[in-house]
Write a protein that binds this ligand. Structure first.
Ligand SMILES: C[S@@+](CC[C@H](N)C(=O)[O-])C[C@H]1O[C@@H](n2cnc3c(N)ncnc32)[C@H](O)[C@@H]1O
Length: 309
């Protein structure tokens, strides 16, 4: 297991950064900057960078050293230390250094981002689609965590709630494909404009490995989950609130074998439009108390991960 983790970690771009650090005796941040600039240069060769500041940050976060603090909300020591792969190895990876995105994956995410980011179309949130894309999509910690989870845990049947423009789906599918695994992704989005963009972008790259569903999770999840026949890994990034967390998790848990993992984004989400306190975190704690949950971890106080027995 450790050998496989090490291979994943040293594969791709982190290896390039290490070579630069060792060979040229340069500072690690400088080396990261060189690699990020190389990736962005290839994207820029296709056309102008729509928002250079955003893309530079995204490129650096994709390939630089990145780790995050983990709080163990619930921890079954024996469970975490057994199984293949071990859940404690995954958490250790998050705390000590998440695998960098390989340079071709980082380049692909930035190319897709550059295509959307300058879009002046107003989306259903009432702001330009390019801006809402940049705010809602998976970059930095979220992207690295999803890539690392799929690379390390190697799930076969993945579910996502909240496709948006497909950025989280993109990194998950890259990790599955790169590992040579037969993994698939079913992903649900309620907005037709975002769904259409994601379905086109992901379909072109991954063919029938991906199925993009249009509609509300409340209506679609039971049927989608049943058709999947089981769920090994799920990323919950749709409705943020107790009702969504607890209700969706109950459906997922019923179809998840022991060893399955569910990731919740924005566990402390609070609407900027409402002064009413959100019940999102309450929902996360309720999920963590579910009888099937053996380990529940908060990553950077933002992302919740549960592992099921
Ligand atoms: C934060 S964005 C997802 C970002 C995406 N997972 C990524 O990381 O690139 C949340 C998405 O969930 C969708 N959504 C919210 N509630 C939903 C629901 N009940 N059913 C389906 N989609 C929902 C929103 O339209 C939005 O596009």
């Amino acid at each position: 297991m450790i050998g496989r983790l090490r291979r994943e970690f040293y594969s791709g771009v982190d290896h390039a950064v290490r070579r630069l650090v060792q060979g040229l005796h340069v500072d690690r941040d400088v080396a990261t900057g060189h690699v990020a600039a190389g990736i962005l240069g290839r994207v820029a060769a296709d056309g102008p960078l729509e928002d250079a500041a955003f893309l530079i940050k995204a490129a650096t976060e994709a390939v630089g050293q990145l780790s995050a603090r983990c709080i163990r909300v619930r921890w079954d020591e024996a469970y975490a230390a057994t199984g293949q792969p071990r859940f404690d190895t995954f958490v250790h990876c998050v705390e000590t250094g998440l695998p960098a995105l390989p340079s071709d994956v980082a380049e692909d995410t930035l190319r897709v981002a550059n295509g959307i980011i300058g879009s002046p179309d107003v989306d259903f949130t009432g702001i330009p689609a390019g801006r809402s894309f940049a705010m809602a999509s998976s970059f930095g910690l979220k992207a690295r965590l999803l890539y690392g989870a799929a690379a390390v845990l190697g799930p076969r049947r993945c579910l996502e709630i909240g496709t948006a423009w497909g950025m989280s789906g993109l990194v998950l599918l890259h990790a599955l494909k790169r590992g040579g695994r037969a993994g698939t992704l079913d992903t649900i989005e309620m907005d037709a404009q975002r769904h259409a963009a994601a379905a086109r972008m992901l379909g072109e790259r991954f063919g029938d490995r991906v199925t993009c569903h249009l509609g509300l999770t409340e209506n679609l999840l039971p049927g989608v989950a049943e058709r999947m026949g089981g769920i090994d890994f799920a990323f919950h990034d749709g409705g943020h609130g107790r009702k969504h967390y607890v209700g969706d998790f109950a459906i997922i848990a019923a179809l998840m074998p022991a060893g399955g993992v569910v990731v919740f984004d924005d566990i402390r989400w609070q609407s900027r439009r409402s002064v009413e306190p959100s019940d999102c975190y309450e929902g996360w704690l309720e999920v963590a108390r579910h009888p099937r949950v053996r380990c529940a971890v908060e990553i950077a106080r933002r992302i919740g991960v549960v592992a099921l027995g």
